[in-house]
Design a protein around this ligand. Structure first.
Ligand SMILES: NC(=O)c1ccc[n+]([C@@H]2O[C@H](COP(=O)([O-])OP(=O)(O)OC[C@H]3O[C@@H](n4cnc5c(N)ncnc54)[C@H](OP(=O)(O)O)[C@@H]3O)[C@@H](O)[C@H]2O)c1
Length: 382
């Protein structure tokens, strides 16, 4: 999905200052799998297909690598790239724990490389507009943010429809709702109550955490997690929830029928974001003291390149984060203002604390913060 977004014409989203080129892809299983991938996404025939991650990171023609392996692999795979001198955009959740995230940041800093966690939602024009609205005081002082991303995957017999080996529920792959979906609920709470705090980033208040985790009895991964965050200095609270058993939008993505997936509540009014929270296209502004029932609806649809996908058009919304990466590289920036290294680390620390309170641990192979180029996570499944 990301690579197909890279291959769209930036002009379809009114972008003219940067563009992207897909020069290579790697599979840890085989070069033919990488070749098949490049063909499926419609990459240019000049793009190289590698049968190992080690070969990819050694390619001198690559400016930046997008790491899209399961989160269990992010620390080892991203470190492999950084140590080979490559800039990296790494999928969410950034790592399994904060200690790994800190090591990646230290390495990027020491080697003067660009590094960013790929939380695509942060770069949606919708998210940027909402952050600007909050900072401008449009809804007054924000005292509470609630955010939910829940995708129903429960069968009638109580089991979850993912196979036990699937990365959504497999502890060996850092599976579970928190790291996969809850990261988006936390993103909404953090991009308002943390990111929008006034003053320098170094002075930002870090929240206190109270969390509950419900584990999936078949694998031990978390199937439902709720996190209460408190910023006493700002007199504000966040409530981030996620579940594999119930739905945020039961009647389908983007439907407002179930109400907002995120409520940003201030002293002068509130902003409501219609789910799903990873890919929202619609928000509402409701003012306190306004006319009863008066709502400002704002739609920010994701544009498509109509020349792709045989005339059906393609565009998923991941191109905006790619544009941010390109601009940072062009301008010599090592981290993105939309999601700084420090903020990614604070969010990982939050998830560490949630897992500590809920008693959720992953195997040492994926929790370690010691890099090993020969780790099975870098070599592949063979
Ligand atoms: N931003 C978003 O909207 C979004 C959406 C979905 C997922 N994600 C994130 O993207 C990452 C990948 O998710 P995904 O659903 O694409 O994962 P996936 O299909 O399960 O795995 C992606 C690739 O990782 C490689 N891999 C290496 N070792 C593996 C192992 N032991 N088990 C499974 N795969 C292994 C495989 O490629 P080779 O074997 O060819 O090397 C596989 O094709 C996750 O961190 C997820 O949170 C983000």
């Amino acid at each position: 999905v990301f690579t197909k977004d890279l291959l769209t014409n930036p002009a379809c989203r009114d972008v003219t200052d940067v563009k992207h080129e897909v020069v290579a892809a790697a599979s840890s299983s085989s070069a033919s799998r990488a070749q098949e991938f490049l063909k499926d996404v419609g990459a240019p025939s000049s793009a190289k297909a590698y049968g190992s991650y080690a070969e990819l990171v050694a390619d001198p023609n690559i400016d930046v690598i997008y790491v899209a392996t399961p989160h269990s692999h992010h620390f080892q795979n991203t470190m492999l790239c950084l140590l080979a001198g490559k800039n990296v955009l790494c999928e969410k959740a950034f790592t399994v724990n904060a200690s790994q995230a800190k090591k990646l940041v230290e390495t990027a800093k020491a080697k003067k490389l660009f590094l960013m966690e790929a939380v695509w939602t942060r770069y949606f024009p919708l998210s940027i507009k909402i952050r600007e609205l909050v900072k401008s005081g449009a809804i007054g002082v924000v005292h509470r943010v609630t955010a939910d991303l829940s995708i129903p995957s429960a069968a009638e017999d109580g089991s979850i429809t993912f196979d036990d080996s699937h990365r959504m529920v497999n502890p060996d792959l850092a599976g579970g709702a928190l790291l996969d979906l809850g990261i988006y609920s936390l993103t909404w709470v953090f991009q308002i109550l943390y990111h929008c705090q006034s003053g320098p980033a170094s002075s930002r208040e870090i929240p206190k955490i109270l969390a509950a985790i419900q584990k999936y009895d078949k694998t031990g991964a978390d199937e439902m997690t709720s996190v209460l965050l408190q910023w006493p200095g700002q007199k504000s609270m966040g409530f981030a929830t996620t579940s594999l058993r119930v739905a945020t939008t039961p009647d389908g993505e983007g439907s407002p029928a179930a109400g907002p997936a995120c409520r940003i509540q201030g002293t002068k009014g509130e902003i409501q974001v219609i789910g799903p929270l990873y890919r929202p296209e619609h928000y509402k502004v409701i003012k306190i003291g306004g006319k009863k029932g008066e709502v400002e609806d704002v739609y920010c649809e994701i544009p498509k390149d109509m020349e792709k996908d045989g005339g059906k058009g393609w565009g998923h919304g991941m191109f905006w984060e790619a544009d941010e990466v390109a601009r940072c590289l062009r301008d010599g920036k090592k981290e993105s203002d939309g999601l700084s290294w420090e903020e990614s680390v604070v969010i990982m620390e939050t998830m560490d604390e949630v897992r500590r309170q809920g008693g959720l641990k992953y195997p040492e192979l994926i929790e370690t913060d010691i890099f090993d180029a020969k780790s099975s996570l870098n070599i592949g499944r063979a």
